[in-house]
Design a protein around this ligand. Structure first.
Ligand code: IMP
Length: 499
């Protein structure tokens, strides 16, 4: 699968010393990080997932990876599933089969799981599909309960599968902890979990390896390591919009959870525009605000109809047009009508969300939910850049703005409650961030561009309006945009030369 692409080697990797890159989602996940990791992986030797689990979904050329690092699609990269992750064995085995259909075989030399990585078993999935899914709108993959068991010292780690006798006792303790407080008819049976462990344990052990030794060797041999983040900074359990967050740390310090300390040479934050969020929680610049109560965006009537046709098609056993990326039913008419309204400045916020939702296929890669959408929020991006100590920016998805009229940005917030007099804020304080649900966004419109920028690879090809919009965002975030993605394919990207 390795092929050369028209993409220069990043400057910070042009060294015979050790160097590393960390890719961090700058928003609430789904920033199209997978594509960036996949593209940059070309110039790295080791690719490591360091957090999260199957709640992530990195859509690449012809496959969506949820747990296995994106470097697996190359022939010569070592891919690590680190101790900060939680792995779903059943989904891991399924994903492995998907990768094998693309690659043939997957050698344990190129895919290595840390013995300290925790697994998610069926009782944790059952638990997650209960209360948490309703409360936070989780992905329902068992993430929260698995991290809770880890903190409660009742979790199961990959190494535990090596000792079958001991495993039985550990499983019992873990299942009991999960079942406690549940009515009898909702309790998971130990024998079902034992069966699950029996079914998948040997595959996990096949890929288990000494991660610390691999990282140590990578440093000694001056290799290049890429840390592949999952979710986004605003979903971080401590730094995000708590309680509407995931259960792990997703910001830069979580790169420390590798089992062997490695410094980060370049931290890149990925920011999508329009930006999105799935699940509940504040999203100040959301088009057609759902006041943080809604799990998905409000669909306009036409969209509802199309979604219903698609759901029917899936129920009837046909392939869901969502799952293979080919959306055809009724789509063009809807898009044309919405586009006309946008160009005339007549589109409502819900219609803008509908247009960009369908044009940009903004449906969760893991859950299929319609993502909530809004303009790029610059104060929030600046906040994320600060708390992560980012070195550079990657902008994704802006190609969907081509031919749509003005481009909107959120540039300030105003807060107005009983204690604080109304003020416009450029830089958010921690307390501003903590009351994000009361922030009122102020927007700025910049002239858009008519030309379709999809697939461009050269900065000089970009229309002036696109360059101006990028410069405007860079100035507000106070960091340079090093990569500007112009489409979902690996080589649809502009690597910017910054003096
Ligand atoms: P959990 O990670 O499944 O526990 O879900 C907690 C919250 O994080 C929910 O709002 C999810 O929709 C959101 N979330 C988790 N992973 C991702 C992701 O990879 N992209 C976008 N949202 C995510």
């Amino acid at each position: 699968m390795t092929g050369t692409i028209a993409f220069p080697k990043p400057k910070w990797l042009e060294t015979d010393k050790f160097a590393s890159t960390c890719i961090i989602g700058g928003q609430w996940g789904d920033e199209a990080k997978g594509k960036i990791v996949y593209t940059l992986a070309e110039y790295h030797d080791v690719i490591m997932r360091y957090n999260g689990g199957p709640n992530a979904g990195h859509t690449l050329d012809n496959i969506t990876l949820h747990q296995i690092p994106s470097g697996i699609l190359y022939d010569d990269k070592i891919n690590i599933m680190g101790q900060g992750m939680v792995i779903r064995p059943d989904l891991f085995c399924q994903e492995l089969e998907d990768v094998k259909t693309v690659k043939g075989t997957v050698s344990p030399h190129y895919l290595v799981i840390s013995p300290k990585t925790h697994v998610i078993l069926k009782y944790e999935v059952a638990e997650d599909l209960g209360g948490a899914k309703k409360m936070v709108g989780t992905t329902g993959k068992g993430i929260g309960p698995a991290y809770r068991q880890r903190a409660g010292r009742t979790g199961i780690r990959v190494i535990d599968f090596a000792d079958r006798k001991e495993l039985q006792a550990k499983l019992k303790k873990s299942v009991d902890a999960s079942n406690a407080g549940l009515p009898d008819n909702e309790k998971t049976k130990l024998c079902d979990v034992e069966k699950e462990a029996e079914e998948y344990g040997s595959t996990l052990l096949h890929y288990m390896g000494d991660v610390a030794a691999i990282l140590k060797k990578a440093k000694q041999k001056r290799k290049k390591v890429l840390f592949e983040g999952a979710q986004g900074a605003l979903l971080d359990i401590d730094n995000g919009t708590y309680p509407n967050v995931t259960s792990s740390n997703t910001t830069r310090p979580s790169v420390g959870q590798t089992g062997y300390y490695l410094p980060v040479t370049m931290a890149l934050g990925v920011f999508k525009a329009p930006m999105s969020r799935v699940g509940k929680g504040p999203f100040p610049s959301e088009w057609g605000r759902t006041n943080g109560t809604n799990e998905t965006r409000h669909l306009i009537e036409e969209e509802k109809e199309i979604m219903e046709i698609m759901a029917q098609k899936t129920r009837d056993g046909g392939t869901s047009p969502l799952s293979n990326g080919k959306l055809t039913i009724g789509r063009n008419n809807l898009l044309d009508a919405l586009l006309e309204k946008m160009k005339n400045g007549k589109a409502t916020d819900a219609e803008k969300a509908a247009y960009f939702g369908w044009k940009g296929m903004e449906f969760g890669a893991t859950t299929g939910r319609a993502r909530r959408l809004g303009p790029l929020d610059l104060p929030l991006a600046r906040y994320v850049a600060e708390i992560n100590g980012l070195d550079g920016l990657v902008f994704t998805k802006w190609d969907v703005y081509s031919g749509t009229g003005d481009v909107e940005f959120t540039t300030k917030y105003s807060y107005n409650n009983l204690l604080v007099h109304e003020r416009n804020v450029d830089d958010l304080s921690e307390f501003d961030f903590l009351s994000l649900d009361t922030a009122v966004p102020l927007f700025k419109r910049l002239p858009g561009w008519e030309q379709d920028i999809r697939g461009m690879t050269d900065w000089n090809q970009l229309p002036k309006q696109a360059k101006d919009a990028i410069n405007f965002a860079e100035k507000a975030i106070r960091l340079p945009c090093l990569y500007f993605s112009t489409g979902p394919k690996k080589d649809e990207i502009i690597a910017r030369k910054i003096k």
